[in-house]
Design a protein. Structure first.
Length: 299
């Protein structure tokens, strides 16, 4: 299926589907400043081949979905103090977008899989609308607690740089970032990274969108207490070499969610390396199938 635009509230969200329409839904939620393209088509196809209807989409403020023009991102002082006075929106708003996409597609519930900020969004849906969540997979994410999941010091200068304006500079910056936060335990394909960064730049570059998304994360604060209310079967996956969201973030997430299972992947950083796909696909689809069997038994 090709990319489609669909109205969701006051927004339009861009999405794409893989697999059969009558299979259980796996909804993939992407992270901060990252387009749905980072859920690579081959990865989505591998999930679909396990018997799932796989949906990837662009969050608001990224890619081909609606960009929140005219709403400012937080300033440097707000970022430094983690106190955002007037956020353009919050994680709850982004969670509502995600549920709105399910509504627009006529889907009652789904297995949610979120990475980084996408994990936070999926967590919020599981807290606020549990009936919509068959199972939850939170990958390289965190709870919002100040002392958990913090980036390594060497990452901070890269994050503090203003967004690149020109295409080649933007591509170079993505490559440089993943030189630091990518997975040292797996082979890297720099050419593929450059190609994807270029396609993403052409498809929808917005220098303020990532800042507004970051403002949503910071404005949502520490969600640990709320995560105690999650009832969906939960799998937490984190890399042992993640320099952007430290492994402590995944451990704190698994500790906060009742009954959650934690899986650590040696050598994985803050990306989805191709060398880890077989394990990731197995973990995600196995968890979804187990959750489906549990719900049938309880019914």
């Amino acid at each position: 299926m090709t990319e489609q635009l669909i109205p969701v509230g006051d927004l339009e969200l861009c999405y794409e589907e893989f697999g059969a329409a009558n299979d259980p839904v796996l909804l993939l939620v992407m992270g901060l400043g990252t387009q749905m393209l980072d859920w690579r088509p081959e990865f989505c196809a591998a999930l679909a081949a396990e018997g799932f209807r796989v949906i990837r989409f662009d969050n608001r403020d990224i890619g081909r979905s609606t960009h929140m023009k005219g709403k400012r991102p937080p300033g440097l002082l707000e970022l430094a103090t983690r106190r955002v006075r007037d956020p353009a929106y919050t994680l709850d708003d982004m969670a509502d977008d995600t549920v709105g996409l399910l509504d627009a597609l006529g889907i009652d519930d789904a297995h949610l899989v979120g990475v980084s900020m996408g994990g936070m969004i999926a967590q919020q849906i599981a807290v606020r609308q549990p009936a919509r969540v068959r199972s939850l997979v939170s990958i390289m994410s965190s709870t919002g607690a100040r002392r958990m999941g913090q980036p390594a010091l060497r990452v901070l200068p890269m994050l503090a740089k203003p967004p690149a304006k020109e295409r080649e500079a933007a591509i170079d910056r993505v490559v440089a970032l993943f030189d630091i936060v990518g997975s040292p335990g797996f082979e890297r394909d720099v050419a593929a990274t450059r190609e994807l960064a270029g396609v993403s730049f052409d498809r929808g570059s917005d220098r303020s969108g990532s800042g507004r998304q970051l403002g949503a994360i910071l404005a949502s604060g520490d969600r640990t207490a709320a995560l105690h209310r999650i009832t969906a079967p939960t799998l937490v996956i984190h890399g042992t070499a993640d320099k952007l969201v430290a492994t402590s973030g995944g451990k704190a997430t698994a500790k906060a969610i009742p009954g959650a299972r934690l899986e650590l992947i040696d050598g994985m950083g803050h990306d989805l390396p191709r060398g880890a796909w077989d394990r990731l696909v197995g973990l995600i689809t196995g968890h979804a199938r187990d959750a489906g069997r549990s719900s049938l038994t309880s019914a």
